[in-house]
Design a protein around this ligand. Structure first.
Ligand code: UD1
Length: 372
């Protein structure tokens, strides 16, 4: 039997923690299958890329397509053009994509046009908000995928409602939680990450809140961005806020001259931090305020209250079973939720089914049955 190859794709920051456990698991079966790692280069800053590869022990990519930033169309089209020759050369038995970023749909589309099976990990999540670029990427990737691995049972209903046959759907659990549980003991303590920031020396024993924010709907509209930052400044009077700033958000803040507004609050601004630093910041936080999908899941796993600054979520289990509350961008709702967490400690939640650190094992076992 000749050895087969699976092309695994990463492009943007949230992909790295999803691919790490899958590559590790595939490497246990080296005599049957090799993985060929493609980095599209959607994220290219050292802070958005290199630290994650090192910290998560992901091997160097076999190829970096170096597409960089651009409009969504430019980025997606460039990835497609550069990915096709990779498939011609490598001739894989399948292409494995994760998540919902532009790299996910771009590479899936190339593979399906070349009649190469697509494996989608983290399939079936739906916010039902088509204003989100990720929602379009999710719906389209799922339609053209051959094997769909889901993180929560509601995803199966979403997929079946869209006509996807149940035989293609596999409930495997959450690979992002595999990575979290695997790295928890290595988390870098928050004091270490903040040691060069003078303001951080005064963090009270009540702790701090952790903020991340990068969704176009929150940061691209100057009014929404300003209103959210005003809410955060008000919260910081009760609870200091630590804010690692995504490059997109930083450029919007600078464009709109909002740095002074941030400086008026008890807010510690950081550049984007590595995975182990983020884990340390999250683990010790009193609460997390975010518009990230991944953080909604990670806080549920850690039992830390999460205040989601969006009108919807594609990860409903974090609300129903976890510690997440959706508040949107309304200032009163944000304030009420934060006050409640400060007064009561917030939702306690429980760990969702199969968020047990063994998702990659289930995925690879299934891949072996289907493709090897
Ligand atoms: C992308 C994903 C989003 C994910 C996020 C995590 C899509 C549609 N969106 O959004 O789902 O939650 O990654 O970070 O794929 N930039 C840099 N350096 C980098 C990367 C980006 O400076 O390494 C700046 C550029 O100005 C760029 C902007 O950030 O134009 C946005 O980057 P892009 O990759 O288009 O989308 P994200 O907002 O990062």
């Amino acid at each position: 039997m000749s050895k087969k190859t699976i092309v695994c794709v990463v492009g943007a920051r949230p992909n790295f923690m999803k691919i790490a456990p899958i590559i590790k698991e595939l490497s246990k079966f080296q005599d049957q299958v090799s993985s060929y790692l493609v980095h599209t280069g959607q994220h290219y800053d050292q802070a958005m890329k290199a630290a994650f590869f090192q910290q998560l022990g992901i091997p160097e990519p076999d190829i970096d397509l170096e597409v960089g930033s651009g409009s969504h169309c430019e980025q997606t089209a460039n990835i497609m053009l550069r990915f096709e020759p990779v498939l011609d050369k490598v001739k894989p038995c399948a292409v494995l994509v994760v998540g919902d970023v532009n790299s996910t749909i771009a590479c899936s589309l190339v593979a399906v046009k070349k009649r190469i099976p697509v494996i989608h990990v983290e399939a079936g999540l739906r916010s039902r908000d088509r204003e989100m670029p990720e929602e379009i990427n999710r719906v389209l990737t799922d339609q053209i995928s051959d094997s769909l691995f889901i993180t929560e049972r509601s995803a199966q209903e979403n997929l079946m409602d869209e006509g996807i046959d149940i035989s293609r759907i596999h409930f495997a659990g959450n690979v992002m939680i595999d990575t979290l549980l695997d790295n928890l003991k290595l988390a870098i303590p928050f004091a270490e990450t903040l040691k060069d920031y003078e303001k951080a020396h005064n963090i009270p024993k009540e702790g701090y809140g952790l903020l991340t924010m990068h969704r176009p709907s929150n940061v691209d509209d100057p009014q929404v961005l300003q209103s959210l930052l005003e809410s955060i400044v008000a919260i910081s009077e009760k609870l200091p806020i630590i804010f690692p700033i995504h490059p997109r958000t930083r450029s919007r803040i600078e464009q709109e001259d909002l740095l002074d507004l941030i400086s008026s609050g008890d807010i510690i601004c950081l550049p984007p931090v590595g995975y182990l630093q983020m884990l340390g910041l999250m683990k010790s936080a009193k609460m997390v305020l975010t518009d990230s999908g991944g953080l909604q899941e990670e806080t549920t796993s850690l039992g830390i209250p999460c205040v989601t600054l969006r009108e919807n979520t594609e990860r409903p289990i974090t609300i129903e079973e976890g510690t997440n509350t959706i508040v949107g961008t309304d200032r009163e709702k944000i304030k009420a939720c934060v006050d409640d967490i400060l007064a009561t400690g917030g939702k306690s939640g429980r760990i969702p089914e199969y968020w047990d650190g063994k998702a990659a094992g289930r995925i690879v076992a299934e891949i072996k049955k289907i493709y090897l």
